[in-house]
Design a protein around this ligand. Sequence first.
Ligand SMILES: Nc1ncnc2c1ncn2[C@@H]1O[C@H](COP(=O)(O)OP(=O)(O)O)[C@@H](O)[C@H]1O
Ligand SMILES: [Mg+2]
Length: 232
Amino acid sequence: MSDLISFSNICKTFGVRHNKVEVLKNLNFTVPKGSFTILFGPSGSGKSTILNTILGLEPPTSGTVSINGTNLYSLTSDQRAKFRTHAVGMVTQDNYWVNSLSVGDNVALPLYLSGWKRSKARKVAQKSVERVHLERYMNSHPNVLSGGEQQRISVARATVKDPEILIADEPTGNLDTKNGEEVMQLLLQQTHEGRATVIMVTHNPEFLQYANNILHIKDGVVRQENKFEAIQ
Ligand SMILES: Nc1ncnc2c1ncn2[C@@H]1O[C@H](COP(=O)(O)OP(=O)(O)O)[C@@H](O)[C@H]1O
Ligand SMILES: [Mg+2]
């Protein structure tokens, strides 16, 4: 099975001179194409630093990040920005909406920004919202939705451009168990339908059972538990 992402000997140090902090310590791991990968570890262990490195926003101090076999940091920052725009969708713990726009237009916004015509963008946004079963809210304002519903719309927005990689940084952090489970299932559905490779950050051990690739991170060191090839 091919690897979508691979980290080889990645080190990351922040700060200068006497204030250096070594945050990532010689990481070697892979994210197989089509996997549901969980990045699991305590606060401050380096999870967001890893995500930013994958997003092309944080050049490692040393080592190589490959995406589909391309050395990510051999690209220019413009090329890396294109990669982010076209290949990556992002769900975060908190939602940022344009409150003057409807749910449908918020979901369509990434398409409008790519120059799509409104009618075509609305149709694609409608499909994305249908996949999270909230089409009844297409013309409502996002802030009338519950926290769980907003997070489901956030999944619809993150996937509207059909990204190859879906990154979810603590997507259930603000949700109760039932809503958290629902969002988890929606993310899982993305991999089951072959729509995206999902990388989810969580510190909830309940979710580990759903992953087929687990990156346990502690003190800047990763231990990979890859069950993905075994079930292919
Ligand atoms: N830009 C930065 N400058 C200095 N230290 C940083 C920077 N970004 C992160 N860190 C430090 O790196 C460590 C890991 O941070 P982070 O990746 O955000 O952890 P997590 O997402 O697992 O909570 C923390 O000690 C944090 O303070
Ligand atoms: Mg973080």
